[in-house]
Design a protein around this ligand. Sequence first.
Ligand code: AMP
Ligand code: MG
Length: 547
Amino acid sequence: MNTFLLNGQHTNDIERAGEILRHGGLVAIPTETVYGLAANALDSTAVKKIFAAKGRPADNPLIVHVAEFSQIVPLVQEVPEAAKKLAEAFWPGPLTIILPKSELIPPETSGGLFTVAVRCPAHPVARAVIQAAGVPLAAPSANPSGRPSPTAFAHVKQDLTGKVDALLDGGDCRVGVESTVITLAAGKPRILRPGGVTPEELRTVLGEVEIDSAVLKSLEQGRVASSPGMKYKHYAPKADLTLVDASPEEYSNYVNQKCGSESGLKSCYALCFEEDTPLLTIPYLSFGSRYDSAEQAQRLFSSLYRLDALGVKKIYAHMPRKQGVGLAVYNRLIRAAGFSVVRPQKKMIVGLTGPSGAGKSTAAKLLEEAGLAVIDCDKLTRSPEVYTADCVAELQRAFGQDIAADGVLDRRLLAERAFADPDSKKRLEEIAFPYILTAVRQALENAFATGKQVAALDAPTLFESGLDSACARILVITAPFEERLERICKRDGIPEKAARQRFSAQHPEEFFGNRADWVVENRTGADLEAELALIIRELQEESGEIL
Ligand code: AMP
Ligand code: MG
């Protein structure tokens, strides 16, 4: 088959794509999530061609794309209030809504179900093509069934040239993972597939939203899939992929050793985070910061294509966090791995941090009472263990010999000089952090030697010190700004103005929230203990401390 290459920036090409689609042809189109393989959703012959080109099982239904909200009206039995609210909040955008279908939708499109999945994409080229076609477009991801989804035009070309009528170039996809699929057709709103719109965002509009258990785990044996796509192998690169659940330190130790010993170094790769790269001694590909789920989503599929192109045979991917869009990244990776996850270290180190006044110390106490080893990193910072002879000598070179005139560090003099200006403070941190790290490591070793399985590093400067690199999980305690302010004024006996000034020099709440596996809001009257109990249980289960 001759495949036309079209460009989304040219009006003529969009018209041409519309015409091909109107006449029952197949065109790969860009959307903000991933590239889609489109056909007229109301034409069963055209839709069958999609299944043939992708090798997609006939019972796996297709998402129907419209250019305007009003276009879904004839496609569904009725438009419930919840669908209107969702569309208002998230359309055009990466959200697919499942509703009972009308007679217009052929069974080929809905995979024989009585429901239909509808979405209004945000990509201007996608919407222009739907308008030009004059019909709603069924469009699954433009990849052979089971393989990673294409997010770059080059990948679409590689997969579909000769198999479809035309390919429309719209550049790289912004979101990088598929749309979130939510059903409104079966009781409470339930997420069947996480994607570009997060559960938190959906909850702000709908209140309660469930997450189907198949999002995080493989479909239990014997259970009927709520979404047929849940049954099938998905997103898999050619290489064998294992997901590694570990801190950056544990991850790099593990993969350095694994890939180092596997024959043919080049065929084994780490699919890692930016923060892992200084620790890796083997070939690697980073797909973004550990703390930037949106970046990971955007780069995940193109990274898998890249590793396939390199002929890689074995991939060790670093487990992403599950917050926000991270849930979608995790969901794709765990399927790409065929649910193969390793935890190289049974022991679990969790970072405990948050803005001042949130009640981190109260949380630390509760963790300790629950049996965790808690290491107070701030206290260690002031302890004599940190100030070894080498450390003191370095400090003297930076801040003057007289800060330890008779060999004993004069901490007041040091503080006076080191906190005089931001540059001096930075210099102090550069010198002290490595020594603090050593002391923390020793404290961890001691804690684990006593038989503890879970340790918490209580550290206000968890990220600046680099201690986050030792943490497999991060727990953030926060509280409303006004309450934190009040607590600090009371605790330190300072006026509000001084407390505000102190806060303005610190990271904002989002800084912590964006890095957390869990955020616990310690509002006045909140049951901190109960909220922490759930997290503690999860940590203890994961570390094997309780079965
Ligand atoms: P893809 O087209 O590859 O992005 O995948 C679409 C996903 O939506 C698949 O997992 C389908 O199983 C799911 N889906 C589409 N229509 C329905 C429906 N009516 N009910 C449940 N899941 C659906
Ligand atoms: Mg797909």
